[in-house]
Write a protein that binds this ligand. Structure first.
Ligand code: PGA
Length: 261
């Protein structure tokens, strides 16, 4: 795991956008795994700036989002399809037909989840997957106790996630209880993972993910099993890491260090 430490949210967002932009420049037909939530917003703003000011071209990319609430269609303001349109897709030149969000409405979730997995495979797999982390250590909506081999499926949200996300809805009762989410196994198949976390409220979850045992009780800890994962943190989010001085030292040394990538 490569821990990348930034002074603040803005710097962290730019660092993450830089990783994404490099993937797109190196492979204009890249398959991008995208995430919703407050954390990636700054990264999306920077990607929009790179598109507008530096010509970063998204016309050949395909995207797959991690998750969607059950029962909300794409026109609902709290649906993740709507979020992606408003916060990224409408401001870059991605072909909207090449953007994919798991089905929030379906007559047969088992079949539509299997179809989502198949579509990812048919696209050649995900080149880089963006992840946030929940205060309970979840990635996507893989709540504590989710199998580390899980695939895209229906999932019931925990009370903690419902409470965390209630700020986006008029009342806590409006937060959907069910979602469709890529599984941990699905996520681990992406070629590169980039997890973003900002603020002291994420410090415990980050410490469990990076330094705790690999456990279904913190599904972000599964990133320890991945050969190419980048953890982008601001200083508040790294506050509980035991090895934080080491990560900082590695980063400070990095300019002169032998390069292998
Ligand atoms: P947040 O959500 O970015 O809004 O904190 C992260 C998550 O739950 O994955």
């Amino acid at each position: 795991m490569q821990v990348v430490i930034s002074a603040d949210y803005e710097e962290m967002s730019k660092a993450a956008a830089g990783v994404m932009a490099k993937v797109v420049r190196d492979k204009p037909t890249a398959v991008l795994g995208l995430a919703t939530g407050s954390t990636p917003l700054g990264m999306y703003k920077e990607l929009i700036r790179l598109h507008r000011e530096e010509g970063l071209d998204f016309s050949g990319v395909t995207t797959f989002n991690l998750d969607e609430y059950v029962g909300l269609d794409g026109s609902h303001e709290q649906s993740y399809r709507y979020f992606m349109t408003e916060n990224l897709f409408k401001d870059i030149n991605v072909n909207i037909d090449s953007t994919n969000v798991p089905p929030g409405i379906s007559d047969d979730f088992k079949a539509s989840c299997a179809a989502y997995e198949e579509k990812i495979r048919d696209a050649g797999g995900i080149d880089v997957q963006v992840l946030g982390i929940g205060s309970d250590g979840h990635i996507a909506f893989n709540e504590p106790s989710s199998s580390l081999a899980s695939r895209t499926r229906l999932k019931t949200l925990t009370q903690q996630t419902i409470d965390d996300n209630a700020r986006f809805f008029e009342t806590p009762e409006d937060v959907p209880v069910y979602c469709v989410t890529m599984g941990v196994g699905t996520i681990l198949e992406a070629k590169k993972l980039i997890l973003l976390a900002s603020g002291a409220g994420k410090a415990d979850a980050v410490a469990d993910a990076v330094e705790g045992p690999v456990s279904s009780m913190c599904t972000a800890s599964a990133l320890q099993l991945h050969p190419d994962s980048i953890i982008c943190l601001d200083t508040a989010a790294m506050g509980k890491l035991q090895m934080r001085e080491y990560y900082q030292w590695v980063q400070d040394k990095r300019p002169g260090a032998p390069r292998w990538d």
